[in-house]
Write a protein that binds this ligand. Structure first.
Ligand SMILES: *Cc1c(COP(=O)(O)O)cnc(C)c1O
Length: 467
């Protein structure tokens, strides 16, 4: 006969008065399942003799609560982006202004006219909520929207050039972080890629010589995340447009980031706009919703009416369409663009990009002491100059003057790198994880994107710094 188990039964623990608030908080199903697994774990340990000690009722409750609480934390949650990259793809890119949050809440919590024409009472088209705004703001004849810019390029290629040839310069066959590679998208869209020119130089005559009866489209791709400098040449957009039109071909540009306003107005590096692209004769322009535009993840296509019409008719449009949350947010963001004078205050992305170095320096001065107090004798923190970047492939060589805190281990020599990694991990383990970057033997926290200073400082109490 085996020894009786030194563990309490599930029922016994469940009926303890200490368990009642736990059941009320987490629900009966989850609590019972967790308690079972806590007791099973202990039983296994007891059987294999790993844990000789028995589990008391109180311990069972405590373990159960601890595990239930650990499971409470959402997987997707806010972090402090102190990387210095404002539009950080891995950290969620653009942030919404209140107007967009409210618009999303409204359509999520109440029925809406998503695909319902209020004037006629008949079925409507979900694109209408943003199409007019996009046309007004970009000067386009028509517009449509899909899941992201990768989808926009894919859909446009498939709709306009499936089983046909698309001519692109070799200098523009880019890969944009992750899995967006122009040649791959082209192949999946069913188009044949015709590369012309060389990596650094492509001329108008290179395009001209490649045009055949199978050509369906000329494509230009914004080099986004890299720059070719030195001995370079690219065919002028206006000349390419003329060439395309002489051959009755559409000319499309993947603009990548795509802002609707001239960034020079705020002293920011200049990015081409869809307005300029169309003025140069480009027939179709695609760009992202959550890069410089500062809105939700979306792919925007603007341009000539008959081309947009073809794109909208393609069955893939249905597969790549936007949901109501995104449309609501995008409309709210586009509305802000109608008042460009106040854009830098109202659009978080632009506000962060235009934040003055002095303002950021003042933030650094305020957070330095609380941080140093916490880092005690293990690390030393100093205010440093640093350079932020826009991110998401915009303006790869341009940097924005910024300030931050550079943290270095006090103990020099071996183990310095490990100490920095440990601190970086401890910062990531905070309730609102803090993400910095390790650079030149220091952990740098670029403060351009720190808005919630009080929240940042108050959670330092929970930072575990002992290296
Ligand atoms: C970012 C980018 C894309 C991909 O856009 P997503 O909205 O992230 O899908 C495509 N092309 C260019 C040139 C880009 O910069």
């Amino acid at each position: 006969m085996s020894e009786p188990s030194p563990l309490p039964s599930v029922d016994r623990v469940l009926n303890l008065s200490a368990m009642q608030p736990v059941i009320a908080r987490f629900g009966r199903t989850l609590t019972v399942a967790k308690l079972r697994s806590v007791l099973d774990e202990a039983r296994t340990g007891w059987r294999i003799g790993a844990a000789k000690v028995s589990l008391s009722e109180e311990e069972a409750v405590a373990r159960c609560v601890h595990q239930l609480e650990a499971g409470e934390q959402r997987s997707l949650r806010p972090v402090f982006n102190l990387t210095g990259t404002v539009l950080h793809t891995n950290l969620g890119r653009a942030l919404f202004p209140e107007e967009a949050v409210q618009a999303v809440t409204d359509v999520l919590t109440r029925p809406s006219n998503l695909e319902f024409d209020l004037a006629s009472g008949e079925r409507g088209d979900r694109d209408t909520h943003v199409e007019d705004l996009l046309c007004q703001l970009t000067g386009a004849e028509a517009a449509t929207v899909v899941n992201n810019n990768a989808a926009a390029v894919f859909l446009a290629l498939n709709a306009l050039a499936a089983r046909k040839e698309v001519i692109v310069s070799r200098g523009e066959l880019v890969e944009i972080g992750g899995a967006f590679r122009v040649p791959d998208i082209m192949a999946r869209a069913g188009c044949r890629l015709i590369e012309v020119g060389t990596t650094n130089r492509t001329h108008l005559h290179d395009f001209e010589a490649a045009i055949t009866s199978k050509t369906a489209l000329l494509l230009k791709v914004h080099a986004s995340n890299y720059a070719i400098i030195g001995f370079t040449a690219a065919a002028a957009e206006a000349e390419l447009a003329q060439l395309a039109h002489r051959h009755d071909l559409p000319f499309m540009m993947d603009l990548g980031s795509g802002t609707l306003v001239d960034l020079a107005r705020w002293g920011l590096p200049v990015e081409p706009t869809p307005q300029q692209a169309q003025a140069a004769g480009i027939d179709l322009v695609t760009f992202s919703g959550d890069k410089l535009l500062g809105g939700p993840q979306a792919g925007i296509i603007v341009g000539r009416r008959e081309l947009i019409k073809k794109i909208k008719k393609n069955p893939l449009k249905r597969a790549l369409r936007l949901d109501k949350m995104t449309i609501a947010a995008l409309e709210a963001i586009l509305r802000l663009y109608r008042d460009p004078d106040r854009l830098a205050e109202r659009l978080p992305t632009l506000r962060l990009l235009t934040r003055s170095a002095d303002d950021i320096k003042a933030v650094a001065a305020r957070v330095l002491q609380p941080l140093q107090n916490k880092l005690a004798d293990y690390y030393s923190a100093t205010v440093c100059d640093c350079a932020s970047q826009i991110g998401s492939g915009s303006l790869p060589v341009e940097r924005l003057d910024s300030h931050g805190i550079a943290i270095r281990p006090v103990k020099k020599g071996r183990g310095e790198g490990t100490a920095l990694e440990k601190l970086a991990a401890a910062l990531r383990a905070l309730p609102v994880p803090v993400i910095g970057r390790i650079e030149d033997g220091a952990l740098v926290l670029d403060l351009r994107c720190l808005d919630d200073e009080a929240g940042f400082i108050s959670q330092l109490a929970e930072l575990n710094v002992a290296p």
